[in-house]
Design a protein around this ligand. Structure first.
Ligand SMILES: Cc1ncc(COP(=O)(O)O)c(C=O)c1O
Length: 423
């Protein structure tokens, strides 16, 4: 595939920074090499002499001398090499991606960092991008300043509707309009709708991507937080042409503050993102990377999976509780689908035009949820949805929140009724 077709002129003009390349060389050079090349501070001057971590199962680990040195120091932009190796092995096992030898991984500071760098490498001024509507708002804030044309694809209970994607692309092609070079997707336990795109729908979207030559950016931070029996088959595992850019994040499954995620994509795309990282934050936090490497090494693949299964039980129970409470309090007032993963309940309120108004009232009445407009491709349009998170609130608070939401909806409906009588 010709990856230069997908890159912006800015991305094409990026050049490697020599000192960063030297850091990479220093890491892989034989021990006997004397290096006076890098501009690193001397770790002996740092105040930290030991870093130990206690885990929830009662075990603990301490970084050894080399690990501590790496954790406190600059590391290669692509990532702390032992972590990169562990991630490569993990990805191979988790997704068995076709064309593995032609792919690479780069460590980023969470999915948001990965998606913004990717989109900035691909979306030039005024370029079109395909997105599901509604979607995670972290995309809009990246592409709007580039005056991107956001093409929202309506969704049903299985995600973006393939026929609509096809119709839009066919029409654009016939009328000679600019064709999108990328589609953003959040395939598993989608934020905000909580759906999982089923395998057949994934395959169909992938087929369209091949037909119309666009990349798929699968931002999949909830991949291991689904409530299905089977692991969803990722877009990466279907990617026979090298057009999927997969973003994983440790934010939801290990820690959000650790700020580490990783991108798996065709090597030329990874190289382009690496150059962007060189020109911005140099590399994702080394301390976080070393701690993650230790954890992955100690737990192994099976240990990681066991942890993910524990997470799924934890959030599934919460999902069941909030769904039962929503059924109890919002019966006849609102509609929702039981989320298939993640931690959001997407609530539709028929008969209400603007959920912002409900939430403004809610602030005074002691309940806050996210108004649906925040997730729409056009946030200025009023909409009747609300996103409620079930990840952290106590069950008592969830109950109170649903009770208060019901009161707010009744008050809004009463006000609408009076307004309609007046007009
Ligand atoms: C779909 C999606 N993508 C990206 C992010 C950002 O995650 P990270 O902490 O990995 O940057 C979030 C966080 O809520 C999200 O829901």
């Amino acid at each position: 595939m010709d990856y230069s077709y997908f890159k912006t002129e800015v991305a094409k003009r990026r050049r490697p920074m020599t000192t960063r390349e030297l850091t990479k060389m220093a890491y892989s050079a034989p021990k006997s090499t004397v290096s006076l090349a890098e501009g690193m501070p001397n770790e002996e001057t740092f105040p930290f002499t030991e870093i130990s971590v206690k885990l929830y199962d009662g075990t603990s680990f301490t970084l050894d001398e080399n690990e501590l040195g790496a954790a406190l120091q600059y590391v290669p932009t692509q990532g702390y090499p032992p972590l990169l190796q562990a991630l490569r092995e993990f990805q191979r096992r988790a997704h068995a991606p076709p064309l593995w030898e032609s792919r690479d991984i780069v460590v980023v500071s969470g999915s948001q960092d990965g998606l913004s760098k990717t989109l900035e490498a691909i979306i030039g001024t005024g370029d079109p991008i395909l997105v599901p509507d509604p979607l995670y708002p972290g995309v809009e804030v990246v592409v709007t300043p580039h005056k991107a044309e956001i093409i929202g694809i309506p969704q049903d209970d299985d995600g973006p509707i393939p026929k609509v994607i096809r119709d839009i692309l066919r029409e654009r092609m016939i009328s000679g309009e600019k064709m999108p070079k990328i589609m953003y997707i959040n395939a598993t336990a989608t934020n905000p709708t909580g759906i999982i795109i089923p395998l057949e729908r994934r395959k169909e979207i992938y087929r369209i991507a091949c037909e119309y030559n666009f990349l798929i950016l699968d931002d999949d931070p909830y991949h291991f937080m689904h409530f299905d029996k089977e692991e969803p088959k990722s877009f990466l595992s279907l990617d026979t042409e090298g057009r999927v850019i997969r973003l994983d994040s440790f934010s939801k499954v290990i820690s959000s503050g650790i700020r580490v995620g990783f991108m798996t994509a065709a090597a030329p795309l990874v190289a382009s993102i690496e150059l962007h990282l060189q020109s911005s934050h140099l590399h994702a936090p080394a301390l976080s990377q070393v701690i993650l490497y230790k954890l992955m090494k100690i737990w192994g693949y099976e240990g990681m999976m066991e942890h993910f299964i524990r997470l799924r039980h934890f959030y599934k129970e919460r999902r069941d509780v909030i769904s039962a409470l929503a059924r109890k309090h919002l019966n006849g007032l609102a509609e929702f689908n039981v989320p298939k993963g993640g931690f959001f309940l997407w609530i539709k309120i028929p008969g209400v035009n603007n959920s912002w108004k409900i939430m403004q009232r809610g602030v005074k009445e002691g309940v806050i949820m996210a108004p649906g407009a925040a997730f729409m491709t056009d946030p200025s349009k009023p909409c009747n949805t609300i996103r409620a998170s079930f990840s952290k609130a106590s069950y008592e608070d969830m109950n109170l929140a649903m009770e208060r939401l019901a009161e707010l909806i009744r008050a809004e409906q009463a006000e609408n009724y009076i307004e309609n009588l007046d007009t």
